[in-house]
Design a protein around this ligand. Structure first.
Ligand code: GLN
Length: 467
């Protein structure tokens, strides 16, 4: 009830796009009975959570992915990750706002309008972005509406909003959590991920959501047991080697970001870690590589929204239909065009167009094929660093603090925001954003820890030591 009251009290921030209070009250009753009989299902039993609207849920809420094209869509099935939350006894309170189909870095490209960062000085002229695309999930943790919230991280969509909202956001290894029922954006990068207030909380939630799933062939086969992230009670990081990649000192990195980075290095040293410089030479190619691959995959994934099978359909008024075969084909083509022009927002259309271009016969070898090769080399860069004895990498999560909601960011500037989070996404590596400090203006800044393949336990231990 306290969480529901807090959701009601923070409507101005535009975080929840659908409430599931009705089913939540029922689930809470069942949880109360279990717990009073000593049959609690574990640490999440009875805990209120939020779910990004990219996850299909079979409850009273529609699943729209922030898009008009899925307006009113009621999923007939439950995503694996929300089912695991339910099985653990967690209580979803509603669906959270997002950039349409996960494409964006500010939760501004949504059919529901923008989400506001709870740290803003006021929620009007001085409103700040919550980050994106999972901005509302981060804001819901920061504003105390829920204790854990699901997001999705394809190129930084959990880590970046976590940094902007001063909460913890973990992107596990690619495949650690099943993608079944998470609406696809770029399938080779899409990673179900989540937010909590602390890294300690994240270490409790992760084992409950992970594990093999017959409905997602890319899900990692080995399960992780609840005791897997054995935390040293003294939070001693003796023996841990932390790498600081020199290529992340990008030009124009503001003083306050450099300072917070120094602060993180100091914390880790104090906890006993050894900090060394390392090099990831291909870092500068990560951003273009990502936007080629992500758009290419998106253009293919989003072809399913044709107005015929489900979701928004344009009216057929004015479309000629008669018994002539060629006219009928035109009419169907017209229906697709109108539906997709009306249903997809500007940013999504831009991605579909560039994705279609890089996959076209004339451009394929120059763009898509080369991006696939560069991605492998970026993966190799990381592998070399870990093979040289580094356990975890430390970088800023974002090149700046949260920016104004009202600025007119150009799409390329928006892409630049992902410069620090994208390399680990291309390599499929686990990474976490840790809230570290406040800027001079009093806004949150975060640092990112990147781990070797499947070593979420190491990044969590380091994150806990930094808290
Ligand atoms: N901002 C990036 C993009 O727009 C990342 C999005 C994400 O991780 N879903 O593609």
């Amino acid at each position: 009830n306290a969480c529901i009251e807090q959701i009601e009290a923070t409507r101005q921030l535009n975080m929840f796009v659908a409430d599931t209070f009705e089913s939540a009250r029922q689930l809470a009753k069942e949880s109360d009975i279990r717990r009073s009989n000593g049959n609690a299902r574990g640490p999440l039993d009875g805990i209120p959570v939020g779910v990004k609207d990219i996850f299909c849920m079979n409850n009273e809420a529609p699943t729209t992915c922030g898009s008009k094209i899925l307006e009113g869509f009621k999923s007939p099935y439950e995503s694996t990750v929300t089912q695991r939350l339910l099985d653990a006894g967690a209580i979803p309170l509603g669906k959270l706002n997002m950039d349409e189909f996960g494409m964006g870095s500010a939760t501004k490209y949504s059919k529901f309008g923008s989400t506001i960062n709870p740290w803003s000085k006021d929620f009007d002229k001085n409103a700040l972005v919550a980050g994106g695309s999972s901005g509302a999930s981060a804001a819901a943790i920061a504003s105390g509406c829920v204790f854990a919230a699901l997001g999705s991280d394809t190129g930084g969509s959990v880590r970046q909003p976590a940094a902007y909202c001063g909460v913890t956001g973990i992107k596990p290894n690619y495949g650690r959590i099943s993608r079944h029922g998470m609406i696809a954006y770029a399938s080779s990068l899409d990673t179900p991920a989540f937010f909590t207030k602390t890294a300690k909380d994240a270490s409790i939630v992760l084992p409950l959501l992970s594990g093999p799933d017959g409905k997602d062939s890319t899900a990692i086969q080995d399960s992780i047991s609840p005791g897997w992230c054995q935390l040293p009670s003294s939070l001693n990081l003796n023996g841990l080697t932390v790498g600081v990649p020199k290529e992340y000192f990008v030009q124009e990195l503001p003083e306050e970001i450099l300072n917070v980075w120094d602060q993180g290095i100091k914390h880790l040293k104090e906890a006993g870690a050894r900090v060394v410089e390392t090099s990831l030479p291909l870092t500068k190619y990560a951003l273009p590589t990502y936007y080629i691959l992500a758009c290419a995959e998106a253009s293919s994934n989003l072809s399913r929204y044709d107005g015929v099978r489900y979701g928004h359909r344009a009216t057929t008024e004015g479309i000629a239909v008669n018994n002539d075969d060629s006219n009928q084909a035109n009419a169907l083509h017209d229906l697709y065009c109108r539906t997709r022009s009306e249903g997809f927002g500007e940013e999504v259309q831009r991605r579909i167009l560039s994705g279609t271009f890089v996959l076209s016969a004339g451009a394929f070898n120059d763009y898509y094929e080369r991006a696939v090769i560069v991605r492998e080399r970026i993966r190799k860069d990381f592998a070399n660093s870990f093979e040289s004895g580094i356990d975890v990498l430390l970088t800023p999560t974002t090149p700046t603090g949260p920016f104004s909601l009202h600025g007119n960011a150009d799409p390329i500037d928006m892409f630049m925001n992902d410069i620090m989070t994208i390399p680990a996404s291309l390599a499929g590596l686990p990474s976490i954003s840790v809230p570290t400090a406040l800027s001079a203006d009093g806004f949150p800044l975060g640092l990112q820890l990147i781990g070797a393949p499947k070593e979420e336990d190491i990044i969590l231990q380091a994150a806990i030591a930094m808290e």
